[in-house]
Design a protein around this ligand. Structure first.
Ligand SMILES: C[S@@+](CC[C@H](N)C(=O)[O-])C[C@H]1O[C@@H](n2cnc3c(N)ncnc32)[C@H](O)[C@@H]1O
Length: 321
C-alpha cells in the first residue's frame, strides 16, 4: 500500500496547531482527512504544493458549499473530485490577511519616515496599506483612527506605543498577484477565510475597498527574480522596507538563502513575519508553547515579537523605537 504518511502528518499538524484554536470545522475536516486513506490517495495524485489543507478546504467549499460535518465534506469531495482538484490546480493558498499588518506596523513606525514599501508574496496587496488601517494595541489607538479596517491586538510585554507611519511608495511581487478589482479573485480571497473566523471578513472587506480605490502595483513573478529590480524603483528619499508575511514557507531552503543574500545587499530594512523554521538563523528561543502556530516578526534578522497568523495577539521579544 502506498505511504501517504507525510500528507497525513501535514493534515494532523494543521488540525492541532493551526485550525483547532479558531476553526472547529477545519480542525474536524483536517483530522478526518489525516485518517482517511481514500482522500489521502486522491491528494497524493496532486503535486506536493497542491496538497495543502487550506487549498483543499477552500476549493471544496467553493464548489460544494460549506459542509456541516466531515462525512458531508468527504462525500462532496469524492463525488466532485474532478472539479475540486481542478480548482486546486488552478488556484493557490493566497490568504491575504490585513491583520498581519498589526505585527509590522510598530516596526515600520520605528524607522525614519516616510517609508517605501516593497512586499514580496503580496497576494492581492492588502498588507501594502498599513498606514490606512486603525490599530488598537491594548485599547490604545494607532494608525488611521477613522479607518473602517479595525484591528485589535493584545500586546504582552514591555513596548512603546507606535507613532505614525507615512508611506511614500508601495509595490509588490507575487507569483500570481490577485486583483482586488476582479470579482472571482475577491471571492477566492473571501473563501480563504476559515469557518469560525468570520470576524476576519469585517476587516478583509473594507481592506479590499481601500485597495480598490488605489490598486497596488504588483509584479507577477518569483520574488528572487524581481526583488532587486523592483527595489531599484523605490524613491531614494524614502526608507526602503522589504517585507513579507507568511511567504517564505513556500520556498526551498536554498531559495530562502538566496533571497536573504539579495535583501542584505539593499540599502534600507528588512521586516519578516514568518514561522521561525523558515529563517532558522534568526535567534529566537524555542517557543514555550507548541500550539497554536506562531510567527516571529524580525527587523533586519533580529527578533522583535511573536504574533499569531491571523493577528489579534503579539508578545514582545525586544521593543523597537
Ligand atoms: C499565504 S499568502 C500570504 C500573502 C500576504 N503576504 C499576507 O500575509 O497576507 C503567500 C503568498 O506568497 C506568494 N508566493 C509564494 N511563493 C512565492 C515566490 N517564490 N515568489 C513570489 N510570491 C510567492 C503566493 O502566491 C501567495 O500569494
Amino acid at each position: 500500500m502506498p505511504d501517504h504518511s507525510m500528507i497525513a502528518d501535514e493534515y494532523s499538524s494543521f488540525a492541532t496547531r493551526e485550525a483547532a484554536p479558531t476553526s472547529a470545522l477545519y480542525a474536524e475536516l483536517a483530522s478526518g482527512v489525516a485518517g482517511d486513506p481514500d482522500l489521502l490517495a486522491l491528494l497524493a495524485t496532486l503535486p506536493p504544493a497542491k496538497q495543502q489543507p487550506n487549498l483543499l478546504f477552500a476549493a471544496a467549499r467553493r464548489h460544494c458549499g460549506q459542509p456541516a460535518s466531515y462525512s458531508e465534506f468527504r462525500a462532496g469531495v469524492l463525488d466532485e473530485w474532478a472539479t475540486v482538484s481542478a480548482i486546486m490546480l488552478v488556484r493557490r493558498t493566497q490568504t491575504n490577511e490585513p491583520a498581519r499588518c498589526a505585527g509590522i506596523y510598530p516596526v515600520l513606525a520605528s524607522l525614519p519616515q516616510p517609508v517605501a514599501l516593497l512586499e514580496v508574496g503580496a497576494s492581492a496587496g492588502l498588507c501594502l496599506y498599513p498606514e490606512r488601517y486603525r490599530y488598537e494595541y491594548n485599547g490604545r489607538v494607532a494608525g488611521d483612527e477613522r479607518s473602517p479596517v479595525r484591528l485589535r491586538t493584545t500586546v504582552e510585554g514591555e513596548w512603546r506605543h507606535p507613532g505614525p507611519v507615512q508611506v511614500a511608495w508601495r509595490a509588490g511581487v507575487d507569483l500570481n498577484p490577485l486583483s482586488v478589482t476582479d470579482a472571482d479573485d475577491v471571492d477566492w480571497l473571501k473563501g480563504l477565510v476559515w469557518p469560525g473566523e468570520e470576524e476576519r471578513l469585517s476587516w478583509l472587506e473594507p481592506a479590499i475597498e481601500i485597495a480598490r480605490r488605489d490598486p497596488p502595483s504588483i509584479v507577477a513573478g518569483d520574488l528572487n527574480e524581481h526583488v532587486l529590480e523592483v527595489a531599484a524603483q523605490a524613491p531614494a528619499s524614502a526608507t526602503l522596507v522589504v517585507f513579507h508575511t507568511a511567504v517564505l514557507g513556500y520556498l526551498s531552503a536554498v531559495d530562502v538563502e538566496r533571497f536573504a543574500e539579495q535583501v542584505r545587499t539593499l540599502r534600507g530594512h528588512w521586516i519578516s513575519q514568518e514561522v521561525p523554521a523558515t529563517l532558522p538563523w534568526i535567534p529566537v528561543q524555542p517557543d514555550e508553547e507548541s500550539q497554536p502556530l506562531r510567527y516571529v516578526v524580525a527587523l533586519d534578522e533580529q527578533p522583535i515579537a511573536r504574533t499569531l497568523p491571523h493577528g489579534g495577539w503579539m508578545r514582545i521579544i525586544a521593543p523597537v523605537g
